[in-house]
Write a protein that binds this ligand. Structure first.
Ligand code: ADP
Ligand code: MG
Length: 208
């Protein structure tokens, strides 16, 4: 069992917010090359709003549900509803009791990914955050099936996410604004795949 308290979820969100703030310029610069130069500012605005939510949550799923709604309402752009749906679906799978097994976390992460797929209709290879998050969730499940502890499984997920992020450089975009560029979208790392890797790296630092 892994203790899952509202405080722990809040620590994850605080760490992710700090990481987004640190990398906002990079995210916006990537989006300048294949989009409209706002991914860093979008995510930074959203995570600042999340940090302003305060600490009065009864449990982790309640907090993460509010995170999802806050991101939908404050981020704008394609990424707001996608990140928002990820957190809403994740929260739905997590127990309010205070404990979650690594298997339950795996189900929750998979549900979050499925939310992004349902909403954005992107497939692996379309050069989006899906190219990073899909191998991350697969690696997580594989680690848990192989007997890894929660923390090790999160590390494996973060590493696979980074590999997936790197794989977006050579891809041609088929979803989102970058797809307007066609072949010219090749050669640039996808901004959303970059930010979602920060999310998984934050998870590995804070949740286990
Ligand atoms: P916008 O494109 O509206 O300006 P952002 O710049 O904040 O929004 O986010 C861009 C990122 O959103 C992309 O780098 C990509 O990873 C992700 N994205 C865009 N469309 C989709 C989609 N249909 N499915 C999954 N991810 C997507
Ligand atoms: Mg953009």
């Amino acid at each position: 069992m892994t203790a899952l308290t509202a405080d722990k979820a809040a620590a994850w969100m605080a760490d992710f917010a700090a990481s987004i703030a640190e990398n906002a310029e990079l995210l916006t610069d990537l989006d300048r090359q294949i989009g409209d130069a706002d991914h860093g500012s979008n995510m930074n605005r959203g995570m600042k709003a999340v940090c302003a939510l305060g600490s009065e949550f009864p449990d982790a799923p309640a907090l993460l549900k509010k995170v999802g709604m806050t991101l939908v309402n404050s981020v704008g752009g394609a990424s707001g509803p996608l990140y928002g749906t990820f957190f809403l679906r994740l929260a739905k799978e997590l127990p309010s009791s205070g404990d979650a097994t690594p298997e339950v976390w795996g189900k929750a992460l998979r549900a979050g990914l499925q939310g992004i797929l349902d909403r954005g209709k992107a497939k692996v290879g379309d050069k989006t955050m899906v190219d990073a998050l899909t191998p991350a969730v697969d690696a997580y499940d594989e680690a848990v099936t192989g007997g890894a502890e929660f923390g090790q499984a999160l590390q494996a997920a973060a590493a696979a996410c980074a590999e997936g992020r790197d794989s977006t450089v050579d891809l041609v975009a088929h979803k989102g604004r970058a797809s307007y560029l066609g072949e010219r979208s090749k050669g640039v790392q996808d901004p959303g795949a970059t930010s979602v890797t920060l999310l998984l790296e934050s998870a590995a630092r804070t949740l286990a």
